[in-house]
Design a protein around this ligand. Structure first.
Ligand SMILES: C[S@@+](CC[C@H](N)C(=O)[O-])C[C@H]1O[C@@H](n2cnc3c(N)ncnc32)[C@H](O)[C@@H]1O
Length: 319
């Protein structure tokens, strides 16, 4: 999930004129005062409204025409940091007009200026942990942690740290009815609800720079003492206890030769899991061709869209 939209109105939307009239009929004076900035994003479409840029312009025109008539002045557009971000989704002859409460995409938690190669989106890492039914009372190991996203998201769950605490801005902060005192109270409550992690979280990688990035990212959200970082080859990995969860996304390789070469590496990783992690469950996120190279029988497979790349999350139960 990348943004949360608050639907305002649903209406018929067969063509540009109907769209314009329906948007103009909304009491924008309660939602957007002319001294505030706006942006409009359109998604979807139908036969007549098939250019999202044009559709967005119609919405904007309807809003500012109404403002101009009422106040003799109008909101200006700020595409990057508007006070109020408006979203219109058109499907067949219907449209839903919403306010975007998120602003910047929610996958940007605000803790990650240091990224390595091919980092997972924060929200995807969190969703993988949810899919795997991650239990924070058991140890978690990511032995190919890159920038540390899986371990950090696990740390946030284990410590009950609200991920939104690291962002300075949300879309709803520019809304007319934004209550700053209430927001402060909600943040204070979230901070008071934090707890110590009930079990260890370990993250390692063969690449020293990746470990540096991951450690820095963990520091940015106060997880430096929650996650133990090690520079280590996965082939030297040992289980730190007799139960727990391994979760990682090993390198995918893009070219054919690389995929072939990585096949051997996946087999070695499968052997480490089999020999060292009896009693554990392991989750590996990878592409289809490589998912067949681990050499272990997957108990479950979940199809995952990783930023447009078709991947599979494999669950292994290790006896
Ligand atoms: C796809 S990236 C992981 C990205 C990570 N999940 C993130 O969100 O940043 C794969 C990682 O595996 C690491 N790696 C490759 N070979 C390794 C090995 N033999 N032992 C440990 N780590 C290895 C790479 O250095 C890289 O950081």
């Amino acid at each position: 999930m990348f943004r949360i939209l608050m639907p305002l109105r649903e209406f018929g939307c067969n063509d540009a004129q109907e769209l314009y009239d329906n948007v103009k009929a909304i009491a924008w004076e309660d939602i957007l005062s002319p001294d505030k900035t706006l942006s409009v994003r359109a998604t979807g479409g139908n036969e007549t409204l098939n250019h999202t840029h044009f559709t967005a312009l119609q919405v904007k025109k309807a809003i500012v025409d109404r403002q101009w008539k009422q106040f003799g002045t109008r909101s200006s557009v700020d595409r990057d940091r508007p006070d109020v971000a408006i979203n219109l989704h058109v499907h067949n002859d219907q449209a839903v007009l919403s306010l975007d409460s998120s602003g910047d995409s929610l996958h940007r938690r605000g803790y990650r200026p240091a990224v390595g190669a091919a980092p997972l989106k924060e929200t995807l890492a969190s969703a993988l942990l949810a899919l795997a039914e991650y239990d924070p009372s058991l140890p978690l190991v990511d032995p190919m942690c890159g920038s540390g996203t899986i371990a950090i998201e696990a740390g946030l769950i284990a410590r009950n740290i609200a991920p939104g605490l690291f962002r300075e801005e949300f879309g709803f902060m520019g809304w007319e009815d934004f209550d700053a005192a209430l927001w402060d109270r909600v943040c204070d409550e979230a901070i008071a609800a934090q707890r110590p992690a009930p079990a260890p979280i370990e993250a390692s990688d063969i690449d020293r720079h990746a470990i540096g990035h991951a450690r820095h990212n963990a520091e940015l959200c106060g997880l430096e003492s929650t996650i133990q970082f090690h520079e280590r080859d996965v082939r030297d990995l040992q289980a730190p206890s007799d139960r727990g969860m391994v979760m990682c996304n090993p390198p995918y390789g893009e070219r054919l030769g690389e995929v072939e070469e990585l096949g051997g590496f996946y087999k070695q990783f499968g052997d480490v899991l089999k020999q060292q992690f009896k009693g554990w469950v392991a989750y590996i996120l990878t592409t289809k061709p490589l998912s067949k190279r681990v050499g272990l029988r997957a108990a479950k497979r979940f199809p995952i869209d990783n930023g447009g790349l078709a991947c599979t999350l494999l669950r292994y139960e290790l006896y």
